[in-house]
Design a protein around this ligand. Structure first.
Ligand SMILES: [Zn+2]
Length: 195
């Protein structure tokens, strides 16, 4: 799977199974957060070595972020903002390795959260979600170029509809009849006619 939510749910199920917890359908925010952090910590442990960070060349992208480990052992962006009053997620985002499958998965999740927006808004969504992906600019560019939905709907003809789609709250309007009469139905393969 390449879906960040699915991965977190699977990890939660594994924990519940290991702890012999009773079966239940809902996943709590706390459970999903803990599961996500486990995955992030494992990936960071495999890709970043903070012990040898001082030996990295001066312009190194990780070194420039002045990384540090938080109380839970998660590697975050350090630096100047330390004293600001922003939440920890925003002032010290979690650092993710360049082009790693996990980074791509989180980027995809944020791109969908941002309603398939362009590069700037997608990157902004990643930041406000509390992540700092190294090399995010080029990663996002190639990711959006390869996004099937974006490719399908970004053509000139569909621009207006695309803007409507981006403003749509899918959770609320999933079964709205107005959507079905436009080309906004993702299951519809072609985009024909005018709005
Ligand atoms: Zn897209």
């Amino acid at each position: 799977t390449n879906d960040w939510m699915k991965v977190k749910r699977v990890i939660v199920l594994m924990f519940r199974w290991r702890n012999k917890e009773p079966k239940r359908a809902l996943f709590s925010t706390k459970e999903l957060e803990t599961a996500g952090k486990k995955v992030i910590k494992a990936v960071q442990g495999l890709t970043f070595d903070l012990e040898s960070i001082s030996k990295r060349p001066k312009g190194d992208s990780l070194l420039q972020l002045q990384p540090f480990k938080d109380d839970e052992g998660i590697i975050r962006v350090g630096g100047r903002l330390k004293k600001s009053s922003l939440q920890i997620e925003l002032k010290h985002p979690i650092i993710l390795p360049k082009a790693h499958p996990l980074s791509k998965m989180i980027l995809r999740w944020c791109h969908i959260k941002a309603a398939h927006s362009g590069r700037g808004l997608t990157i902004n969504e990643v930041r406000t979600s509390g992540y700092w992906i190294i090399g995010i600019s080029s990663l996002t560019r190639s990711f959006i170029t390869s996004c099937v939905l974006c490719r399908r709907f970004r053509g000139k003809k569909c621009n207006k509809r695309w803007q409507t789609y981006q403003k749509t709250d899918w959770n609320q309007n999933l079964h709205s009849p107005t959507l079905q009469s436009t080309c906004l139905d993702p299951l519809q393969s072609k985009c024909e006619g005018q709005l």
